[in-house]
Design a protein around this ligand. Sequence first.
Ligand SMILES: Cc1cc2nc3c(=O)[nH]c(=O)nc-3n(C[C@H](O)[C@H](O)[C@H](O)COP(=O)(O)OP(=O)(O)OC[C@H]3O[C@@H](n4cnc5c(N)ncnc54)[C@H](O)[C@@H]3O)c2cc1C
Length: 468
Amino acid sequence: VTDTDVTWVTDLRNLVDVNDGESARDQHAADLSFHPPVRPQVVVYPESTSEVAAVLAYADRARIPVIPFGAGTSLEGHVIPISGGITLDMSRLNQIVAIRPQDLTATVQAGVTRLQLESAVGPQGLWFPVDPGADATLGGMAATNASGTTTIRYGGMRSHVLELEAVLPSGRIIRAGTHAIKTSAGYHIGGLLLGSEGTLGVMTELTLRLHPIPDHVAVARVPFPTIEAACFAAGTLIAAGIQLTRCELLDAATIEAVNSHTNAGLSRTPHLVLELSGTEAAVVSELDVVREFVRDDGATGFETVSDPRARTQMWASRHDALMALLALTPRSKAMTMDVAVPISELPAAIERAHCALDATELRGGIIGHVGDGNFHVIVVLDPADATSLAHAKSLNDRIVEDALARRGTCTGEHGIGSGKLQYLEREHPDLLPLYRGIKQLFDPNEIMNPGKVIRLGDAYAPGNVASA
Ligand SMILES: Cc1cc2nc3c(=O)[nH]c(=O)nc-3n(C[C@H](O)[C@H](O)[C@H](O)COP(=O)(O)OP(=O)(O)OC[C@H]3O[C@@H](n4cnc5c(N)ncnc54)[C@H](O)[C@@H]3O)c2cc1C
């Protein structure tokens, strides 16, 4: 479909608010990653589940690709409309439907963001712990099975979505799951939609588990002489059964980038940032145990805070890491590798990744949710520089290969998008026919986010999109 060949835009305008202006299309053409931008023909802004259903039913009949869009913070080209089509922006489905303190649940529309939910439930002594760093939408987080810094204690999105409402490409509205904490009723259809990256349908409403805000929280920042020592210490704490709420690694290069981005003034060595929460007495006594363990594993310092503002400041170095690395090179984009391995394999996997990164001319650093065995080698580059891009891709190949050899995964949390198709195929070759069968069952006309998670079907190869 060419920019001018969009007769269907008129039809869509009868169903939903449509924007086909240059700036809306540009805003929905790219993410922070190195993947090249492609603009959708139009962006639509549904305000209800029935508007989503009307758009999907129309697009399915007309064989027009539809790309659900939350906050656009995903990192593997997930929201880039590689075959053009309609970007379905969920930002107006932003109502908090119900908060149930006695059940520890909330029901939200899928465009509600993580921080919006946090502000709404906080005054009731509750919080939603899944924290991918960015202020993503809960629908986008569900669609990527996001996790983050607190997964070690609370789990990721799959542990938090009890029930969901979704619209299938035919326009049919379904509900999967229940408000009960557990169920054994039938196939786990909700579980298929979670992590499906907009390729099976559009989630419009989610019922989520909440948790009480802990009484007392303490954060410790711990420098180590080497990255291997830091990883080894993380493994020791986990094997000892310490109830960490967060366990994050920043390598020396990332610390240096954070220092120059924010004047943090941290010592230029790898750091672990650890969080403990619970009753004050329990946290204080566990902190003592943690201090002893990390000292035995070679820590060269141990700084702790518990005041909320000081904690936020201490965490800023971790949350700012990606932006600090991007700031190293003007106009750069990120290639964010995202492997996870069994905890026992982590020190060796990170050591190998660290040496491999050092052996290149590439700029970047290593950060990780090391309590989950999950780490990111982040390379910042100019996507137009073919040599750097080729070197970064080859580095990514080697890091994924190593993770798979250690019985790990090519993506701990970011998902497949269009960037990791070949790695998913390498990780699960025996599952590919099942993946294709599931796609066929949910989305027989392949209109939903084509080219993500599994390869493009013939109907949606670039330049081959049918117009209505
Ligand atoms: C600084 C930074 C740090 C990050 N750290 C982490 C991290 O620690 N852990 C982590 O997991 N991720 C992390 N991410 C990645 C990102 O935040 C997550 O992938 C997030 O879950 C995406 O949510 P979103 O609302 O931005 O979705 P989008 O990026 O808009 O969409 C993501 C995918 O979901 C689909 N989608 C969106 N909404 C829906 C819906 N309602 N129904 C069906 N499909 C939908 C889209 O089509 C797309 O395929 C980070 C990103 C940044 C920029």
